[in-house]
Ligand binder design. Structure first.
Ligand code: ADP
Length: 479
């Protein structure tokens, strides 16, 4: 099936289709024009001949009447004239009286006979008629003969052989055929050249895409082609540069993860080696080193836990376990859990709620959001500092503000703090157990709830995080 569709794929190709359109558009008018112009030629020729014959008949009218020929008198001279006209027309001339009797016939076949042909009967009644017999190829004109008083006394029937018209048509057809062959060759040439040129840029783009997909490096080169194609190329380059930056950030993430996971392991190795390498280690030193190793294991565990949280956040909103959560209780619960570390540094933590707020959130992930923000406000604070948490809502959103008068963030670092593994003050952050993943997790969790987070900070004065999430969770399309 696939083979078959490949076999005939040229039929679906743009090149083939545009060539076909040019061919049809170029040839059809010609094919239509030939029979129409033939028909027009026939009509004009027949009309012309008929008018000439009528004029000729009227010329003989008075001679036929005045000479008494119509009444049966001999007129050799007139007969010879009529005979020679009939021969010139390659036809026949009949003179008929009002009783439909044939007075003279250039074929001398029907003289004395009565004619009952409709056109003759109508001519005797006064009508001038012409009739083209396309089987016998004759033009038959019937003209009434009138006397000087205007009475109809008979009719003259003139037949003209129209073979010459067919011969002319044959000539036309052979000219047309020559023109047709020339036109067809020209149209085929134009169709092939145009369609080739037309799809040329597409073919080039396809080749470029092919090499990009193999090497996954360069961008599509800029080429002047069609506006539509240029815009597709531009969009493709944008997608490609996004892919590159995703790839880069993935590589960076992997190298950061390896580095972060290696650091505690290296410390543990150094501690263990120094214990193993020295003899008669005092018990205190042994205990101290073992406690340091325990700390490094805690740190390693924290990094792994944070990484796992982050990976879970990277999944789609379908992974959310949404329920109506009392946010006041949730914050109070978190503050209770964090109070020991706040007390340790004499940090005053104040929670102010303007109203009871219930929001549709994933309790676990939202707990991570508040915990990270409050924990950071405590961690990056000065002894005797304060942390204010305010909770408010309107009919649409829940607002949480976490404010501290701590260390603050340097201006140039503010835009980076939500990046994975980013730490504004590396040495201090490590000292207080930071992994650099907390705010990345926070931001992802808020985004999953269709919310927003903003930060204002001044170095040495403090930091404020403003979080806004919808009270009602609305699933995004595709989730
Ligand atoms: P960490 O685990 O290092 O705390 P986060 O992602 O939570 O990582 O924070 C990233 C960086 O942002 C921190 O290392 C810190 O330098 C800075 N930061 C975050 N919150 C605050 C705050 N309240 N006050 C000052 N600096 C902060």
């Amino acid at each position: 099936m696939e083979n078959k569709s490949k076999k005939f794929s040229f039929i679906r190709s743009l090149g083939f289709k545009s060539a076909l359109v040019i061919l049809v558009v170029g040839i059809i008018p010609f094919l239509v024009c030939v029979p129409i112009s033939m028909r027009a030629y026939e009509t004009v020729t027949i009309d012309n001949d008929a008018s000439n014959i009528i004029v000729q008949a009227l010329q003989y009218n008075s001679e036929i009447i005045t000479s008494g020929y119509i009444a049966g008198e001999d007129n050799r001279n007139l007969e010879t004239k009529l005979q020679s006209v009939a021969e010139a027309y390659q036809g026949r001339i009949l003179v008929i009286d009002s009783s439909l009797k044939v007075i003279s016939d250039s074929f001398q076949a029907d003289e004395g006979k009565t004619v009952v042909w409709e056109n003759v009967i109508r001519a005797v009644k006064g009508e001038t008629l012409s009739y083209y017999d396309d089987d016998a190829l004759y033009l038959i004109v019937t003209v009434p003969l009138t006397n000087s008083e205007g009475d109809i006394v008979g009719a003259i029937v003139i037949n003209k052989g129209m073979d010459y018209m067919l011969q002319n048509e044959d000539k036309f057809i052979s000219y047309y055929l020559i023109i047709m062959v020339a036109l067809l060759s020209f149209v085929i040439f134009v169709a092939v050249v145009y369609s080739h040129r037309c799809i040329g840029p597409l073919r080039k783009v396809s080749e470029d895409l092919d090499s990009i997909s193999r090497e996954y490096t360069n961008e599509l080169p800029e080429r002047v082609s069609y506006t539509e194609l240029e815009s597709i190329e531009e969009q493709f380059n944008q997608v490609l540069s996004k892919l590159h930056s995703i790839d880069e950030s993935r590589q960076e993430f992997v190298s950061n993860v390896s580095h972060e996971l290696k650091t505690p392991l290296t410390s543990m190795k150094v501690l263990a080696d120094s214990l193993n390498g020295s003899e008669d280690v005092p018990l205190e030193m042994y205990k101290e080193f073992m406690s340091d190793i325990g700390d490094e294991i805690d740190r390693e565990t924290k990094i792994i836990n944070d990484l796992l949280s982050l990976v879970r956040m990277d999944k789609t909103g379908a992974a959310l376990n949404i329920s109506a959560v009392n946010i006041n209780e949730l914050i109070e619960h978190i503050l209770k859990r964090l109070s020991p570390i706040a007390e340790k540094s004499d940090i005053e933590v104040v929670f102010e709620s303007f109203r009871p707020v219930v929001a549709e959130v994933d309790e676990v992930k939202f707990t991570l959001v508040v915990t990270n923000l409050v924990e950071n406000a405590i961690k990056y604070n000065n002894p005797d500092g304060w942390v204010h948490i305010t909770l408010n809502s309107d009919h649409q959103f829940c607002y949480i503000k976490v404010e501290d008068n701590g260390l603050g963030i340097p201006e140039e670092s503010v835009e980076h703090i939500f990046e994975r593994f980013y730490r504004a003050d590396k040495s201090h952050s490590r000292e207080i157990g930071g992994t650099g993943l907390g705010l990345a997790i926070t931001k992802s969790a808020i985004a999953m709830h269709n919310g927003e987070i903003k930060v204002h900070s001044k170095l040495g004065e403090g930091t404020t995080f403003d979080v806004r999430i919808p009270l009602n969770y609305i699933k995004k399309e595709g989730e």
